[in-house]
Design a protein around this ligand. Structure first.
Ligand code: AMP
Ligand code: MG
Length: 341
């Protein structure tokens, strides 16, 4: 693709340059305004007031913004979905990786602000719901996207076959008690949606009950958003061909056997039923307060970039600032200096 990028030293492009340089040197890029960066940034404005520099580097490689390119439109049909596509993205894989690194810097900065807000009593949180069949790359998203931020600010929960205790409660019980507290980025590796996916495909609950769950989930998410948890839902879609390759690799490599389960083959054999179940989820639970994004996941680099974009966008929407001190800063400084004499 022909690029017509300005060569000027646009400060907004620096974070990508820093990330690229860091990738070369094998070091983490400096955070603007961080301690190691302060020497060259001495005359910068008060960091409490400074806006987070947005990762606009290579933004022109998104011909269509990620939310628009990945959202569910009327008439969406999962069976026609191209899992190898890179909707909206016109850049190369290398450019996507560089942009992901830059997004990581921004995500990290924003997450620290969210964490600080939570520490100061704020209740706002973000919840990333990751759905997808085996090998779709849910774990890779956790490692490569969520892994870019401070683990202290993350609340990660995976949902497998319900335990005996979980089964004795309403299906949303285990979800409710796993929600992120204020200040955290919650991550669900599988979620409440299993209760209308595997449960529907395998007939693990009466159909009538399953049919009522979609609206129940919508209302549950509405209540969540009302109490200021920002919900980002991503469905990773892998093609049957790519899934075959990934399962094959899990079988060929002893270091990947732990990721394999015979159940994965049973699920794979029911792909048409899973596609139908996903179709219903996307039709019935794509709400204005918690919309779905469908991520083509045959290219891991694209799926990671796409999810990072959506998460950073959510964090940007929160307009995070640093919490004001709840003590007299001047007096505290004077006391500290007095101790030092
Ligand atoms: P994994 O994510 O590979 O560890 O697999 C977890 C397994 O738990 C998947 O096969 C899911 O379909 C299954 N699972 C998750 N939630 C439920 C549920 N509510 N009922 C039945 N099976 C579930
Ligand atoms: Mg699995």
């Amino acid at each position: 693709m022909a690029k017509t990028k300005a060569k000027s030293e646009d400060p907004k492009k620096l974070s990508k340059k820093a990330a690229k340089a860091a990738a070369k040197s094998g070091k983490k890029a400096k955070k603007p305004g961080s301690a190691e960066d302060r020497s060259v940034d001495a005359d910068a404005a008060d960091p409490a007031l400074a806006p987070v520099p947005e990762t606009t580097a290579e933004i022109e490689d998104w011909a269509t913004p990620p939310r628009e390119a990945l959202g569910v439109v009327d008439g969406f049909q999962i069976r026609d979905f191209d899992a190898a596509a890179t909707p909206g993205w016109t850049g190369s894989r290398a450019e996507a990786e560089a942009r992901l690194a830059a997004l990581g810097e921004e995500m990290s900065e924003l997450q620290e602000r969210l964490f600080a807000e939570g520490r100061s009593g704020g209740r706002r949180a973000v919840l990333l719901v990751i759905q997808g069949l085996d090998t779709a790359g849910k774990g890779g998203i956790v490692r490569h996207v969520i892994g870019m931020v401070d683990p202290q600010g993350v609340s990660l929960r995976s949902f497998g076959v319900p335990t005996q205790e979980e089964r004795s409660h309403h299906y949303l019980w285990r979800i409710d008690r796993s929600l992120p507290p204020g200040g955290k980025i919650g991550v669900f590796d599988r979620s409440q949606y299993e209760d209308v996916l595997v449960v529907r495909v395998d007939g693990l609950a009466p159909l009538e009950e399953i049919e009522a769950r979609y609206e129940e989930i919508n209302q549950f998410e509405k209540a969540l958003v009302d109490r200021e948890t920002y919900v980002v839902k991503v469905a990773l879609v892998v093609s049957p061909q790519e899934q075959y390759q990934r399962l094959r690799e899990r079988l060929e490599r002893p270091d990947k056997h732990w990721k394999f389960s015979l159940g994965d083959l049973k699920v794979r054999a029911k792909r048409p039923a899973y596609d139908e179940a996903y179709q219903l989820v996307l039709e019935r639970t794509n709400t204005s307060w918690a919309p779905w994004y469908v991520i083509p996941a045959d290219n891991k680099w694209f799926a990671r970039l796409a999810v990072a974009e959506l998460l950073v966008q959510a964090l940007r929407d929160l307009d995070l600032t640093w919490p004001a001190a709840d003590f007299d800063v001047t007096a505290a400084m004077a006391e500290l200096d007095a101790q030092q004499q």
